[in-house]
Design a protein around this ligand. Sequence first.
Ligand code: PLP
Length: 411
Amino acid sequence: MSKQTFVVDNVRRDFPVLNQLVYGKPLAYLDNAATTQKPQIVIDALINFYQNDNANVHRGVHALSERADAAYEAARLKIKEFIGAKSTEEIIFTRGATEAINLVAYSFGEAFIHEGDEIIISAMEHHANIVPWQLLCKRKSATLIVTPINDKGELDLAVFKQQLSARTKLVCITQMSNTLGTINPAEEVIALSHLKNIPVLIDAAQSLPHLPIDVYTLDCDFLVASGHKIYGPTGIGFLYGKKKWLEAMPPYQSGGAMISQVSFETTDFTHLPYKFEAGTPAIADAIALGAALDYLNRYVRHDLVMHEQALLHYAEEKMRAINGLRIIGEARNKGSIISFVLDKVHPHDIATILDRAGVAIRAGHHCTMPLMRQFNVPATARASMSFYNTFSEIDQLIAALIEAKELFHDA
Ligand code: PLP
C-alpha cells in the first residue's frame, strides 16, 4: 500500500481531542508517555464493534460471533505483522504491558526460576518491570540484580556484561525509559545475554510508539507493549513470546477459553495463543488497537520518528537556555521525552501552572522511584512528545515555563 506524506496539520485533524481550548488556551498535549490520544479510526472501530458486531469470541456460530471472531483475530495478525513476529501463536492479548510482564513473571517464573537463580533488570525500569520480578524472587528465593546507569541516564553495559553469569536466568530491560527518554541498546543486551543462553524480555511500552521494531531481527525472547501508548484504547496490550518459551510455560490464569478438556479431576489446556487468554477478552479494544496500527501503517514510520526527534531537539535547546532548569536524562540516544526540574519550583507546581496555560505535562516519580533516588530528586516534570505535536506547542510550553519561573523566583 502506498504511504501518505506526513504533514503534521493533516495528522492533527485525525485526532479530535487535540482541537480544544483548556482554560481558554489551545490545548498542547505533551503527556504522551502517560497515554496517547486516539485517531478517529480507533474511535470508529470501538463504535462500529458495539453498534454492529458485538458478540463473544471463540464460542458462537452465529453471524455476529463469527464477525467478532474474525475481527479479533485480524487484530492479532496486525500486531504480528507490525512487530515482525513469525506467527500469531506468539501474540498473546493482555490488558497491557503490566499484565504481560506479570504473565511472564508467574508463568516463566513457575517453570524456570529456582532457588539461587538471578534475574537482571536495569536501574531505569518502570515499577511494572521491577515489582513482578521482586515478588518472583521472593517466592523462589532468587536474587534481583540491577544494572546501574551513568549520570546521563545510560545503561552501564560493562557492568551488565560482568553481571551475566551461569546463575542468570532472565534479563528484563526497557527499550526506552519513560522518565529519561533513554533508548537502550537492546540489540547488544540481547546478543550478550544470548551468548550465555539467557532469554531477554524487552519492555517496549515506550519504544513501540516511537521506534520501528522487528522482533525477528531483534531476537528478543519476550516483548511487552500497551495499546493505549500506541494510539489504541486502554485495557489492551500484548505479550510477544518465542513459541519455544510459550509452549514450555504453564498457563497464567485459568478458566474458560484456555482449555481443551475439563473434568473435575483434571484439565488439558488448549494450544497457543489461547492457552494464555482465559476468559472473555477485551474484544472491541483489541480490534481498535488493530485500527491504531493501521493508522500508523499509513505513514513511513521514519517520517514520524524524524518529526518527534526534531521536536525533542528544539525543546531541549530552548529549555537549556532557561536559567535554573535542569534536564534529567541526557543520553546520546533519546526518544521524545524530557524530564526536568526547575530551581525553587516543585514539579507539581510547574505542571499546575502549565495546565492553566493549556499545556498538559506530567509531574511525579513516573513509577520510577529508584531512579528519582539516583538523581536525588523527589519528582520531575516531564514533557513527552508525539508525532502530532507541533513546534508552536513547544513554544507554548517554553513560554509557560518562563512564566512559572518568574512567578516563583520573584515571589
Ligand atoms: N513500562 C514502561 C516503560 C512504561 O512507561 C509503562 C507505563 O507507563 C509500563 C511499563 C506499564 O504500562 P501499563 O500501565 O500500560 O501496563
